[in-house]
Design a protein around this ligand. Structure first.
Ligand code: PSU
Ligand code: MN
Length: 301
């Protein structure tokens, strides 16, 4: 059986020519931001990648195919589509086999990127260990994917709605290198800093690319996580966000939100409670990550 991969013309040409390509996820479009900001952001992020010398490959599941790069029409349709599945490793194949429309999380985007021969991927914030995971066992499959699929993922740290120390512990246990880009502390998504030290630091995209290649040379499976702080002018302070996050988390508990619903609920509620400030910050950090990911892809190519 051939792989169910459909490439956009732009991505196909870039891969054939050995040009740099950056994978982009689609859950952030369908479950992470409201319409129309999601569509504007998705388009804008693709342009950031092009402006930095690489080709964007937004990934989604449509009509029995894994799409590697979406046409402008498909992107616009997806941004408003209903009943889109939020896909991770567990349900990716099911969705493709049954012709479901699916948005790819970090885990599923990594799998699809690796199948397509793409090594670098930009997102906002990875999933991680949720607060209270000692009771709920809610640990994102993103963490285990990083341990087994050879893609370098650029993020702005783990979302501050998570238990960041536990997230770092799980990454370490599973052998995932976390590299601070021009920083020694883990960024906290909307804020530039947390209290958690990052053991590895790189100050250039080329250094991150060299470490990616060395993992392959050494036969180490899995990828790398690059933590890139949100630009200073866009950050929200931790003091401002802490009570807002606490409120959103306790509302999620009170309403019995669980499993895949947790992260979309919290992100949406925090947009409301910050009167849109968290959305503006989220957009800025994704664009910033797309720029660094493009530089890494250019260096690898
Ligand atoms: N980054 C964002 N917004 C998002 C996500 C990342 O700025 O919505 C998505 C990613 O797809 C990530 C998912 O994989 O959140 C985490 O979901 P969960 O916590 O259910 O694993
Ligand atoms: Mn979860």
């Amino acid at each position: 059986m051939t792989l169910p991969l459909t490439y956009s013309d732009e991505v196909r040409a870039a891969l054939d020519a050995g040009k740099p390509v950056v994978a982009l996820e689609s859950t952030i479009i369908t479950h992470g931001m409201p319409y129309p900001a999601n569509l504007e952001t998705a388009r804008g992020v693709e342009d950031v990648v092009r402006d930095n010398g690489a080709v964007p490959a937004t990934i989604a599941i449509i009509d029995h195919e894994i799409h590697i790069g979406l046409s402008a029409e498909r992107l616009e349709w997806l941004a408003q589509a209903k009943d889109v599945m939020k896909l991770s490793r567990a349900d990716l194949a099911f969705a493709v086999a049954h012709g479901r429309t699916g948005a790819t999380t970090v885990a599923a985007t990594m799998i699809c990127a690796a199948l397509a021969g793409i090594s670098v991927f930009a997102t906002g914030g990875i999933g991680g260990v949720h607060k209270g995971a000692e009771d709920t066992f809610d640990i994102s499959a993103d963490l285990l994917e990083l341990a087994q699929t050879p893609v370098t993922v650029v993020c702005a740290g783990a979302k501050a709605i998570l238990d960041l120390p536990m997230t770092m512990e799980v990454l370490e246990t599973n052998g995932v290198p976390v590299i601070g880009y021009q920083t020694d502390v883990l960024p906290a998504f909307w804020s530039r800093e947390s209290d958690i030290a990052i053991p590895l630091r790189s100050d250039t995209a080329a250094a991150i690319a060299a470490a990616h290649q060395m993992r392959a040379t050494l036969g180490l499976k899995g990828g790398q996580l690059v933590a890139n702080p949100i630009p200073t002018e866009a950050e929200l302070s931790r003091a401002y966000l802490e009570p807002i996050i606490a409120q959103a988390v306790s509302e999620a508990e009170a309403q019995g939100i669980a499993a895949k619903g947790v992260t979309p609920f919290l992100l949406g509620r925090i947009v409301e409670l910050t009167e849109g400030k968290s959305l503006t910050a989220n957009i800025a950090l994704v664009r910033n990550n797309a720029k660094l990911a493009s530089e890494i892809a250019v260096s690898l190519a």
